[in-house]
Design a protein around this ligand. Structure first.
Ligand code: FAD
Length: 369
């Protein structure tokens, strides 16, 4: 196990009053249980929240405590079943018409109220757009620490500290971060970093309904809501992804990738360099600070294969790299590699694939080549 920073053992703890006069130090022994605060949408509890039941179960089993799902909103009562089917032992529900509109401040204050009442030792929040504003709001109000974008978790059964594991900025190392002086411990993980636990429709668990006397008044008002229709499938769900990098040289390079994607029924993504250059929107960035993909096939074009990029490809099946530099790091991680200028490869690949499709359509039994 490797450590970043200094390890502080439980016996060397700095008194909380010296660290933060605003939050009385609680005895960690008063805190028990692992929570997942669920995000909901029209389709129910969102997948990134359900995925967090995977690390939550691992930590809860190690610390011999329950996994609790938390649902805050209006019309969310019936979703508790979904949380339980995916592995929560119990669900705390705050279902109130006054919580119809999401507000990080209002939902955050309700969550803080619940944490103070039930005292979980670990709280997980999905690293979605919403979770990324809600989780720090809760952590700040509790004067708790929070580690964003974790890629793994472990726990020390003796101190009950949860190791919040993540790659530090720009490095290939893994940092094991823990929060010995504060409870609850809090962390986020990006969508698709953890697999969805298997669903068991027969699973049962307790549903605890919480009533909130006073719902805080939102300091911000929702003026209008505009749903921006997606023009294509979300990259994190696509079966085939074609990714472009700085090696494409110009934004026009992406037009070639779009053509290839069209023939393959794929979605186009890119590296952070391509996003920084404005060649592709951030929502299609693949990697540590972008999306994690689960594609069956990933074709990386003009991408060097930096660790931060490859992090987003961990769950992908077959990786094909097209790069003109035979020493590009991506070749050591790809299943298939083509050492060539993409401008020579992509047009002929598109041509051949179109040909093959035509042949298949005509019912040619064995396409040649
Ligand atoms: P380059 O590294 O410049 O590689 C371009 C490649 O194209 C080269 O290998 C070159 O040989 C090849 N090439 C050039 N011309 C051609 C051609 N004509 N035909 C074929 N090949 C060609 N990066 C991400 O992608 N996603 C992230 O989420 C991410 N998060 C990060 C987080 C942090 C904290 C940090 C510090 C960095 C992060 N990065 C991320 C950046 C990452 O470190 C790399 O800088 C980035 O991935 C490189 O992008 P690239 O491969 O497109 O560009």
């Amino acid at each position: 196990m490797s450590w970043s920073g200094t390890e502080t053992s439980a016996t060397q703890q700095v008194p909380c009053k010296d660290l933060c006069p605003e939050w009385e130090c609680r005895n960690p022994d008063d805190y028990r249980g692992v929570w997942v605060i669920g995000e909901t949408g029209p389709e129910g509890v969102l997948e990134p929240s359900l995925q967090l039941l995977t690390p939550a179960r691992k930590i809860a089993d190690k610390l011999k405590v329950k996994v609790t799902g938390v649902l805050i909103g209006y019309g969310v009562r019936d979703l508790a079943k979904q949380f339980i089917e995916y592995g929560a032992d119990e669900v705390i529900v705050v279902d109130d018409e006054r919580l119809k509109e999401y507000s990080p401040q209002v939902y955050g204050e309700v969550a803080v109220h619940l944490v103070k009442k039930y005292r979980p030792e670990m709280v997980f929040v999905a690293g979605t757009m919403r979770g990324r504003e809600l989780a720090p709001y809760i952590a700040n109000h509790l004067r708790a620490g929070i580690t964003a974008d974790c890629t793994d978790f472990d726990a020390d059964e003796k101190t009950r500290d949860v190791f919040q594991i993540r790659p530090p900025f720009g490095a290939v190392l893994l940092a094991y971060i823990r929060t010995p002086n504060r409870r609850p411990q809090m962390a986020t993980a990006r969508p698709n970093v953890f697999p969805l636990p298997p669903r068991d429709p027969g699973r049962t668990g307790e549903v605890i309904e919480e009533k909130i006397d006073h719902v805080p008044k939102a300091r911000a008002r929702l003026v209008s809501r505009k749903v921006i229709p997606r023009t294509e499938a979300p990259i994190e769900k696509a079966e085939i992804v074609v990714g472009g990098g700085k090696g494409l040289g110009t934004p026009e390079g992406f037009k070639q990738l779009e053509e290839l994607a069209k023939v393959l029924g794929a979605v186009v993504g890119g590296s952070r360099r391509a996003v920084d250059l404005g060649w592709i929107p951030h929502e299609r960035q693949i990697g540590q600070t972008g999306k994690s993909i689960k594609a069956v096939i990933y074709i990386a074009v003009g991408i060097s294969g930096a660790a931060q990029h490859m992090f987003g490809v961990r769950e992908a099946g077959v990786v094909v790299a097209i790069n003109k530099d035979p020493a590009a790091p991506i070749f050591s991680q790809a299943d298939y590699g083509v050492v060539a200028d993409y401008r020579d490869v992509i047009p002929s690949l598109v041509k051949r694939l179109v040909q093959l499709k035509e042949e298949l359509k005509k019912g040619s039994p064995e396409p040649k080549g």
